[in-house]
Design a binder for this molecule. Structure first.
Ligand code: C2O
Length: 542
């Protein structure tokens, strides 16, 4: 295993998209940011220098961070932000992880432009558990572009209480593509040779949209999701929630020509404005003379059936080299509601629905980020008054979570910085139940510090008698981000074997802004190697 050192300079860089030039925040002036190519078992040392005018942190999305929660990155959770002019060095080891992950800023909405891929190759002497592709092109990162500064967009929304503006374009490798104005000549092109195979690593780095992805006329063979291998799944469409990655094999076995690679929103919520544009790239066969690419066949924006068919078709590989370890007996049986709500605005009406302020919660608690210490510092140094340990195991009351018109008494969560304490090595099950208060939609829920197994999902209210009988403990897919289905639920399981403080939140940035988050405090284990490491000396203070 190697030590790989990088320097990330966070700075503004003028970039032109959709005929408009904006100063955006970048890493090393690159957009998207640098791709890190590493090998399983390597140690990464990334020195971040903040030359921008915003606070920043970097999160290594999907990296387990075994005993190194200090390097996880969410601001005010595992560290205080790196102030303008400051620096911090992230140091962590990729223990037994391989596949496609990514990194992004975890501070306000900076990740709109501060993101890049993290590719972890199998250890030397080991191979992919699928046919070795001829080619591994650069990853396909799906993103969102705003004509306005995204930080201004979220700040305005927070001030007024209204939902933030939607983006002006989706992007593939930071390019909107030729269906948008002024974007044709920069459209991303993937050149292929007829008859050869390609491993496409697809990352959804969009802020606020789940996306359907397709390549016109071509079959995609899924081999991994969120850096966990899957059984081969043949599909024409991949659905990715923000935060999720999907690796697919593509064989260039169609007539020599040009074919659209395309993505657009899967918008499960009804009646809520969304960016309904389509981003494109071009799969370009060597020797092709055609000028117009073959059109893609993307599902309708509200096609929940196609989305569900894809997510429920995923299965862990479960081979001797890549076994499934979904816990069978459960120590912590948790039931968390996830959903939106509305808060009253004292004095004058807010800009949200009914003159109220939009909010979001888990188990009726809307998460408030601390300001004076990170949760991890408060935990490690025993600082009182930063968080409380009373995050509830269950919602305060039971009702029909999927009914569209529940009593307004249920709309207003309490605000708090509450954590749920987990004993080291406890086997945890969480039922994530979507609620339909204010609006019903999918919620891509991401857990830091862990991969979990998705042992079940369904529509309607979770039934504790009937539904567990259908759970898949043999080959459930393993992920770090689960799309809780609209008007439905997901069941996840993991073993709490990584001490520290771990954020769990909706990866739609608008929802985390409204408080759709909570944190786990996983206690140290009895052995020295089951304890959180000491903090690095350059850990930023608040
Ligand atoms: Cu990719 Cu907390 O996020």
């Amino acid at each position: 295993a190697d030590i790989r050192s990088y320097t990330f300079v966070i700075r503004a860089q003028p970039v032109t998209r959709l005929c408009q030039t904006n100063d955006i925040i970048t890493v090393n002036g690159q957009f998207p940011g640098p791709t890190l190519n590493v090998t399983s078992g390597d140690t990464l040392v990334v020195k971040v220098l903040n030359y921008a005018r915003y606070d920043v942190t970097i999160h290594w999305h999907g990296v387990r961070q075994i005993r190194t929660a200090w390097a996880d990155g969410p601001e005010f959770i595992t560290q205080c932000p790196i102030r303008p002019g400051g620096s911090y060095t992230y140091r962590f080891t990729l223990t037994d992880q391989e596949g496609t992950l990514w990194w992004h800023a975890h501070s306000s909405w900076l990740r709109a432009t501060v993101y890049g891929s993290l590719i972890i190759y199998p250890k030397e002497g080991t191979k992919y558990p699928f046919p070795q592709p001829c080619h591994e092109p650069e990853p396909i990162i799906l993103g969102e572009w705003w004509n306005r500064n995204p930080i201004d967009v979220v700040n305005q929304a927070t001030q007024t209480g209204a939902p933030p503006n939607i983006s002006d374009a989706f992007t593939i490798n930071a390019q909107p593509g030729d269906l948008y104005p002024c974007s044709s000549s920069d459209t991303y092109r993937l050149s292929v040779k007829a008859g050869e195979s390609y491993l496409l690593r697809i990352i959804n780095a969009a802020l606020n949209a789940e996306l359907f992805f397709t390549v016109a006329d071509h079959v995609l063979m899924v081999v991994a999701v969120d850096s966990s291998y899957t059984k081969l799944l043949h599909t024409e469409v991949v659905m990715l929630g923000p935060g999720q990655t999907t690796d697919v094999l593509l064989i260039a076995n169609k007539p020599v020509g040009k074919y659209y690679i395309a993505a657009r929103a899967y918008a499960s919520a009804q009646g809520i404005p969304f960016d309904n544009t389509t981003t494109t790239a071009i799969l370009d066969y060597e020797g092709s003379s055609s000028s117009s690419p073959v059109s893609p066949n993307l599902p309708a924006y509200n096609d929940t059936q196609t989305a569900t068919q894809f997510t429920t078709g995923l299965r862990s590989l479960g081979s001797p080299d890549h076994p499934v370890n979904a816990p069978f007996n459960i120590d912590e049986n948790l039931f968390f509601t996830v959903g939106l709500g509305l808060l009253d605005c004292p004095g004058q009406p807010c800009g949200g629905p009914n003159g109220k302020r939009s909010t979001a919660s888990m188990n009726n608690v809307s998460f408030v980020f601390p300001k004076t210490f990170s949760l991890l510092q408060a935990h490690y140094f025993g600082i009182q008054g930063v968080f409380t340990k009373d995050f509830p195991d269950n919602p305060p009351m039971q009702f029909d979570y999927t009914a569209q018109n529940v009593s307004t008494a249920l709309w207003s969560p309490v605000r708090g910085t509450k954590v749920k304490v987990l004993k080291y090595n406890s086997a945890v099950q969480i039922i994530l139940q979507g609620t339909s208060i204010v609006s019903a939609e999918n919620h891509p829920i991401h857990l830091h510090g862990y991969d979990f197994y998705i042992v079940g999902e369904g529509f309607g209210n979770f039934d504790p008698q009937r539904d567990p009988m259908t759970f898949n403990l043999i080959d459930p897919p393993q992920r770090n981000t689960v799309g809780v289905p609209v008007n439905g639920w997901s069941a996840i399981r993991f073993v709490a074997d990584n001490p520290g403080i771990w954020l769990m939140h909706c990866h739609l940035d608008v929802h985390i802004t409204w408080g759709l988050a909570m944190a786990f405090l996983v206690e140290n284990g009895p052995h020295p190697l089951a304890r959180l490491e000491a903090p690095p000396l350059d850990l930023p203070v608040c």
